[in-house]
Design a protein around this ligand. Structure first.
Ligand code: NAP
Length: 431
């Protein structure tokens, strides 16, 4: 490290990289005071150096060769804002091998190869921090790692994807269909070219894996997370939820009970009185429960250049301060592979809608199936008549497996025409 400044090499100058570069330059005075040393954006690697960028740097600072940045002896810190696994992972490992700390926003990499990369950072004894990888501008990784280091987190519940929260908010407000809300989200530019990573819950699952690993000191990868998307949520589900006092949200829920972790992402009914039910549009929020700290909520913009760039630069300041003072960021605390509870064994509650025959005795037949699977019903009501007759039930807590077996049996009853909707109920006091 040069005695008089910390020099940053930035890899990627897209949405996140460009915002981080702009903030590093514009807030240089604040950053110098907070880091205890000037922080200079020295080099930027991009794919196409001929593209115009909103970053004021001399021409010689730009390169299309990211490798030359990570191995440059004049670079003290690498910021990886390319995304994806290849070549981001190899570049990060090469930076560690040259003794450089790395800041990244790369959730794909962390939620799949995170352990390998963190181990490499520990071995090289350099900082590796990634606040921007979950929740964009929302501080959540550092609070979990540092502020709550003395507590035991028991549960995390989050709205971790802005696009799907926007879609569900529009459906809730307009009464429209999933397809209409998705089209609006596309018009407003909130949706990726291929929306499936958002819609099918992959993005939220990656973020939940990162949060669970840190909160529970365990190794949880994206593939460990049970995942369902929102494309099956209907306008009818939303209006039924409203009538019962609920909103439908795509939730990431992770819990630790008796040493076993459950982690799942799915659309779920949430009481309107729950703080997460008020999180609208593209906003994200993470609700954390600690044994001693109780309930905490972290709220903000989960994506976008400014918010994500702000989180990246916050990490750069921490790294720069550590370089100047000889300190180290909190490294990997994951004790080992987690014991993961299979989804079938996870305790859940359900909201169920059945189309039924309109004749006496239907309710008791249906109730009998729930009873056989040892599920008790919290509330049930019959709606409509004749061909329109439906039963809407909410269950008490029982395992996912008990519920699935019940739904399969209900589908086989002569009095049940169809199982129209099944959604978990989260955020009630019942566990
Ligand atoms: N966008 C968000 O709101 C957000 C929020 C949280 C986290 N993140 C994460 O932040 C990371 C970056 O996302 P982004 O949205 O900023 O992506 P992006 O807009 O697509 O930018 C990617 C940048 O990487 C550059 N690049 C690609 N391959 C390269 C290579 N081999 N060498 C050098 N540069 C290369 C591209 O260069 P060109 O410009 O020349 O094409 C571009 O500048 C991802 O991990 C993402 O998951 C993003």
């Amino acid at each position: 490290v040069s005695a008089e400044r910390v020099r940053v090499g930035l890899l990627g100058c897209g949405t996140v990289g460009e915002a981080a570069a702009r903030i590093l330059i514009a807030n240089g005075d604040e950053i110098r005071r907070r880091a205890g040393t000037p922080v200079q954006l020295a080099r930027v690697a991009v794919q196409d150096t001929s593209k115009a960028r909103g970053v004021d740097l001399p021409a010689e600072s730009w390169t299309s060769d990211a490798w030359s940045v990570v191995t440059d002896p004049d670079i003290d810190v690498v910021v990886e804002a390319i995304g994806g696994i290849d070549p981001a992972k190899a570049l990060i490992l090469a930076a560690f091998a040259s003794g450089k700390p790395v800041v990244t926003a790369n959730k794909e990499l962390l939620s799949t190869h995170g352990q390998e990369v963190m181990d490499a950072a520990d071995q090289a004894e350099v900082d590796f921090i990634f606040e921007a990888s979950v929740g964009g501008g929302i501080p959540i990784i550092r609070p979990l790692k540092e502020s709550l280091a003395g507590d035991r987190v028991t549960r995390i519940m989050g709205i971790l994807n802005g696009t799907t929260n926007f879609i569900l908010t529009r459906m809730s407000e307009t009464g429209g269909s999933f397809e209409e809300a998705l089209a609006e989200s596309e018009r407003l530019g909130y949706t990726e070219l291929d929306p499936s990573a958002d819609i099918e819950g992959y993005d939220a699952a990656a973020k939940l894996a990162i949060l669970s690993s840190i909160a529970f000191n365990a190794r949880v990868v994206a593939g460990d997370v049970h995942r369902e998307g929102i494309s099956t949520v209907s306008a009818r589900d939303i209006s039924a939820a409203h009538e019962l006092g609920y909103e439908i949200k795509l939730l990431g829920v992770a819990e630790i009970q008796d040493g076993a972790i459950t982690a799942r992402v799915y659309p779920a009914m949430l009481p309107k009185t729950h703080p997460l039910a008020a999180v609208r549009d593209v906003f994200n929020a993470v609700f954390v429960e600690g044994e001693e700290s109780g309930e905490l909520m972290f709220f903000g913009r989960g994506a976008g250049g400014g918010p994500t760039g702000s989180a990246v630069v916050g990490d750069v300041v921490e790294v720069a301060r550590n370089l100047a003072t000889g300190g180290r960021a909190v490294g990997c605390t994951c004790a080992g592979y987690a014991k993961l509870r299979p989804q079938e064994e996870t305790p859940v509650r359900y909201y169920v809608v059945l189309s039924v025959a309109d004749r006496p005795g239907v309710l008791s037949e249906v109730a009998g199936v729930f009873a056989r699977h040892e599920i008790s019903i919290a509330s049930v009501r019959q709606e409509g008549q004749g061909d329109q007759a439906t039963l809407v039930a909410i269950t008490h807590t029982a395992s996912e497996g008990q519920h699935q077996a019940t739904f399969a049996n209900l589908g086989g009853l002569a009095v049940v025409k169809s199982v129209d909707s099944t959604l978990r109920v989260e955020g009630t006091d019942e566990r």
